[in-house]
Ligand binder design. Structure first.
Ligand code: SF4
Length: 348
């Protein structure tokens, strides 16, 4: 990601904000924002490293302190059925509530507040900044946005007031109450389902699968526009039966219209000993998901025509993409121009 801002400045002037969603618990505080539900003793922080118990109040320490800012195509999130072709001002902070061994943004997700390149961007500056760079909305991305919830919440509220959208790119570990509250201001989520076994989540991620699945279903019920990403890692989560069970679950509990992005693994962070995902594995996943009835399946991080959108009814090419660029757009008022089928999404 390339940054709009080159220098650090003014961190001393950023005020921390009291956290939302916590309660007293056995002489400590319990953070109720994500499914870890950390009990936090006085002076300590939770698993994410950015929420601290100080004198019986929980504070959001990274509030207003992004570590990375860039304008990206919305396709990069990836969101393919949400205002396609628009630019989105993207923010990432430090810390994470997961410990993925293959993290592709580990330089910020595993950093703490001593990170040298933190900026100072108060929420009230964000709508104007988005407009200045020609963005149609704001994305909370790069690291896990849930952990600086208050910053994303306050900022998205102002962004919405200016008629722009906000999106989350998330690991899906937020609890249901915060999700409900956030829905007032955040419109869409790309949610990672990192595998379809508890074992993978326990060993590779340091979390549990079931809360993620519950989160996906809740997000859909709450009216977020939802797209899913499944990064296929050789030998870890690429078993054909696992991909089949995942696809069947999406069809049954989330809806066949839900866009699913299978993403190709590249070695990174603590998983540099695993080779990139073979092309044949990616193609097999695509075919499996289609066989289970999913209407919009995409392959990412590779060159393929499987990043195009086709009409699920008549097969007409609707959006042709090359990487994150749209090279042909063929949807008319949200419908296929050939057969009139309504295409799932927002802003099509
Ligand atoms: S957001 Fe952070 S402090 Fe709160 S429960 Fe999750 S990991 Fe723990």
């Amino acid at each position: 990601m390339c940054s709009i801002f080159k220098s650090t400045s003014g961190l001393q002037s950023v005020s921390e904000r009291e956290a939302m969603f916590y309660s007293p618990f056995k002489g400590m505080l319990r953070c109720e924002l994500c499914s870890h539900r950390c009990p936090i003793p006085e002076g300590k922080v939770g698993i994410c490293g950015v929420r601290q118990n100080r004198k019986n109040k929980l504070y959001a320490l990274s509030y207003g302190k992004p570590a990375a800012i860039a304008v990206d195509p919305i396709e990069k999130k990836p969101l393919f059925h949400f205002y396609p072709g628009t630019g989105v001002l993207s923010f990432g902070g430090v810390g994470c509530n997961f410990r993925c061994q293959h993290c592709q943004n580990w330089d910020i997700s595993q950093a703490d507040l001593s990170f040298s390149y933190l900026k100072h961007v108060p929420p009230e500056n964000i709508p104007a900044l988005a407009k200045k760079y020609g963005a149609k909305g704001v994305a909370w991305t790069y690291n896990e946005p849930t952990i600086w919830y208050e910053y994303t919440y306050d900022s998205s509220k102002l962004v919405k007031r200016e008629g722009m959208y906000s999106v989350y790119v998330t690991n899906g570990y937020m609890e249901e109450e915060p999700m409900k509250e956030l829905r007032k201001y955040v419109d869409a989520m790309n949610i990672d389902v990192k595998a379809f076994t508890e074992e993978f989540y326990r060993k590779i991620v340091g979390a549990k699968l079931q809360p993620v699945l519950d989160h996906v279903v809740a997000a859909k019920e709450l009216g977020y526009h939802v797209e899913l990403t499944y990064l296929i890692i050789p030998g870890q989560n690429d078993d054909p039966g696992e991909i089949e069970r995942f696809s069947r679950w999406v069809a049954e509990y989330v809806g066949t219209e839900t866009p699913v992005h299978f993403s190709r693994f590249h070695p990174d962070y603590r998983m540099t000993n695993v080779r990139p995902t073979p092309y044949t594995t990616m193609m097999k996943a695509y075919e499996t998901a289609k066989k289970e009835g999913l209407e919009y399946v995409y392959l990412g991080n590779m060159i393929t025509d499987k990043e195009n959108t086709y009409c699920p009814e008549c097969g007409e090419l609707l959006i042709e993409r090359q990487g994150f660029s749209i090279t042909k757009y063929n949807i008319k008022k949200g419908k296929c121009p050939k057969c009139g089928h309504r295409i799932h999404g927002v802003g099509l």
